[in-house]
Structure formats: C-alpha cells, structure tokens
Design a protein around this ligand. Structure first.
Ligand SMILES: NC(=O)c1ccc[n+]([C@@H]2O[C@H](COP(=O)([O-])OP(=O)(O)OC[C@H]3O[C@@H](n4cnc5c(N)ncnc54)[C@H](O)[C@@H]3O)[C@@H](O)[C@H]2O)c1
Length: 349
C-alpha cells in the first residue's frame, strides 16, 4: 500500500453511509476505508463488507485510536456532537452529516474546538454541491440577483416519513422534518444569499398526522408511541438587513407533490428558483427569463462533498462548509422550536 493513500474511518454505517458515503469514498482514487464503527452489529457487518473488509468497532472511541487521515460521521443527529468532539479531540479532521447539531451551543462547541486544534470541520450540506446550486451561486455572486429582499424556502413531503428511531425519537433526532430536510433547503438558500444575519424568528412546529394513520407512509410503518418530533414546521425570519424568509417543512401532508424541496429568491436585480435554476429579470423594459446550467455535470452531490472535504484535508484549505455558516442555519431552526414552545417571536443575539 502506497503511503499516499487517504485513510478514512466512518462512524455510523446505517442508511446514508451505505447509500452514499461508502460508495462515495470508494469512487475516489487512492482511498482506503480503514475502519468502521456502529453499535448495531448488522449495520457494522454490512458497512465493513461494503467498505472492502474494514476493521470493525462497536465503540467509536476505539476506532479513534487508529492512524487515519479523516473521520466521516453518519450517526443519528443527537450523536453528532459527542462523536465530532471525540474525533476532534483525537486530532482528526471531520466531516459530519447534517444537521451538524440541533443546537447552536453544540455547533459553537464543536467549531471552537476545531479552530483551537486547527482541524477541518465540514458540515455535510451536500445540496450545495448539486450542479444547479453551484450554477445559481455563481450567477448570484456575479451580481445578477442583487440584494435579496425575500426568500421562500420549502421542504415539504406528502408521505415520505423516515421510520427509523434515529429520525422519529426526539432523544436521538432532536427534531423532525425541520431539522432533517428543512436544513438542506435553508442552508442552500442562505449560502446563495451570502448568509445575512438573522435577528428575529417566529415559528410553529406541530404533529398533525404522524401519531395517527390518516396518511400512510410511503417508506412503511413507524412506531407511533416513539414518535416525538414534529411532522410540520413553519417559520418567518427577519434579517438584520431587513430581508425576510419563510420556511415550511413537513414529512406528511395533503399536497400533490411527493416532495417539494425548493427555494425561490427575490432580489433587486433578479429572481431565481432552486433547484430548477430558472431565473427572472428585466433589461430595458424586456423580461429576461432564463435557465442556468453548470458547465460540469455533477452526478452525486454526496460524492462531490466527500471529494471537496478530502481536498481541504490534503491541501489544508478552509472547510467547504464551515461551522460559522452552520451556526446561522441552526439558530433559525432552533428558534422555530423555541418560538413554538414560548408562544412568541424569538430575538437572536
Ligand atoms: N445528506 C443527506 O442527504 C442525508 C440523508 C439521510 C440521512 N442523513 C443524515 O445522516 C445521519 C444518519 O442517518 P441515516 O439515515 O444513516 O440513519 P440510520 O439510522 O440508517 O443509521 C445511523 C447509524 O448510526 C448508528 N449509531 C447510532 N448511535 C451510534 C453510536 N453511538 N456509535 C456508532 N454508531 C451509532 C446506528 O446503529 C445506525 O446504524 C443523520 O444525521 C441524518 O440526518 C443525511
């Protein structure tokens, strides 16, 4: 084995690790998935097999004693913080699935430790690395959008409710669709907007359907007793620059679309929709609507995210998704829940 090979350890070998992280690492040249950790023996066996015979650990602290180049974390949301802190403490660069944490306090704790130890901490916001998002970002950065005065952000599903405990048990998930899929659309929208500072948030989060059986889940049955996160959330955000944003997120609801994960940005110079990449504008009194395309077709935003993380690690570049941006995203989602709990608008510091 050449000593230039990139040695990865994966913590959590369930759904997303098997679907995209293990295949994504294997698709890169000169990568070895040296070790995998999972508390579930079947997930561990499958993960190790897919990884081509990786060492296995049921306690991730044992995996962190190995000589590795980076750690990839794919455990349920509430396990992110202890796993990331342990990996950073052990001296590794880390990529962690979204949401990095379900509270800003935890995001800051991880981020400050990464900075102190000069380690890369990347949030796995793969939606940024879709061809459409990259095209929209480049178009907006070139001044075609101008200052955004309003954003409409949606992550609405009709019946795609992830049934696993890591998603529906509040102790493990820390939030429902707002944290699970709202985070994708919100992060991508804020990234294009250049991360204006959120100052006020009003929100609602409810369980409308998930405790009953009115809407059958397209991914099968779930434990109604265990179900302890919202199935619908909505928020209204005001930014320091006066811009506003609405966010809607649901796993269950009466809508025609199976899924609508999208945003629409209204700027002074133009408008844009994601992910369709349709643009709206006017030049000399003539409407100039169009559709953006990115010169390079990205087949998998997950594979792209892993390649960018590796490039940052090997060449000591800044994190492609830094915690300082993630903290803004989580502040909004956290405030939506807080607003529901206290029944009023939340002012962010
Ligand atoms: N970016 C995306 O598109 C995307 C898609 C799906 C899931 N995710 C995120 O990935 C994470 C995992 O989701 P998933 O779908 O793979 O869930 P999953 O439940 O299928 O897998 C999680 C795995 O983590 C393991 N685990 C739990 N606690 C552990 C611990 N203490 N130590 C080691 N392993 C532990 C479980 O046994 C399980 O095998 C979540 O944060 C989720 O939000 C991201």
């Amino acid at each position: 084995m050449s000593k230039n090979r990139f040695r990865v350890g994966i913590i959590g070998t369930g759904g997303i690790a098997q679907a995209v992280h293990i295949p994504g690492w294997k698709a890169q040249p000169d990568v070895d998935i040296v070790a995998v950790a999972d508390i579930d023996r079947e997930a561990l066996r499958k993960g190790a097999e897919m990884a081509g015979g990786a060492q296995t650990f049921t306690d991730y602290n044992d995996l962190l004693k190995l000589k590795l180049d980076a750690i990839d974390i794919c455990v349920p949301n509430r396990v992110h913080t202890p796993a990331v802190l342990a990996a950073l403490t052990a001296g590794f660069d880390v990529i962690c699935e979204k949401p990095l944490a379900v509270s800003t306090a935890e995001v800051r704790q991880m981020g400050r430790l990464a900075d102190k130890k000069r380690k890369i901490l990347m949030t796995g916001q793969n939606s940024r690395f879709r061809s459409e998002t990259l095209a929209i970002k480049a178009w907006a950065d070139a001044g075609n959008l101008g200052e955004v005065y309003h954003a409409r952000v949606r992550a609405m599903r009709r019946a795609w409710l992830p049934c696993r405990p890591g998603f529906i048990d509040h102790k493990q998930a820390g939030g429902g669709p707002c944290m699970d899929i709202g985070v994708h659309a919100l992060d991508a929208a804020l990234w294009v907007m250049g991360f204006p500072k959120p100052v006020r948030v009003s929100g609602t989060s409810k369980v409308n359907f998930a405790k009953g059986r009115k809407i059958p889940g397209m991914w099968g049955e779930w434990d109604r007793k265990m179900y302890s996160v919202e199935d619908f959330a909505a928020g209204y955000v005001t930014f320091e620059n006066g811009a506003t944003l609405t966010l809607e997120a649901a796993w269950l609801g009466h809508q025609n679309e199976v899924e609508d994960v999208s945003f629409q940005l209204f700027g002074i110079e133009g408008g844009v929709k994601w992910p369709s990449a349709e643009t709206a504008g006017v030049t000399a009194g003539v409407f100039t609507d169009g559709k953006l395309t990115f010169p390079r077709r990205i087949e998998s935003s997950h594979f792209e995210e892993l390649a960018l993380f590796r490039d940052a690690v090997e060449n000591r570049k800044p994190s492609p998704v830094p915690w300082t941006e993630t903290v803004s995203v989580i502040a909004i989602l956290e405030a939506i829940y807080r607003s529901q709990a206290v029944g009023r608008e939340i002012r962010l510091k």
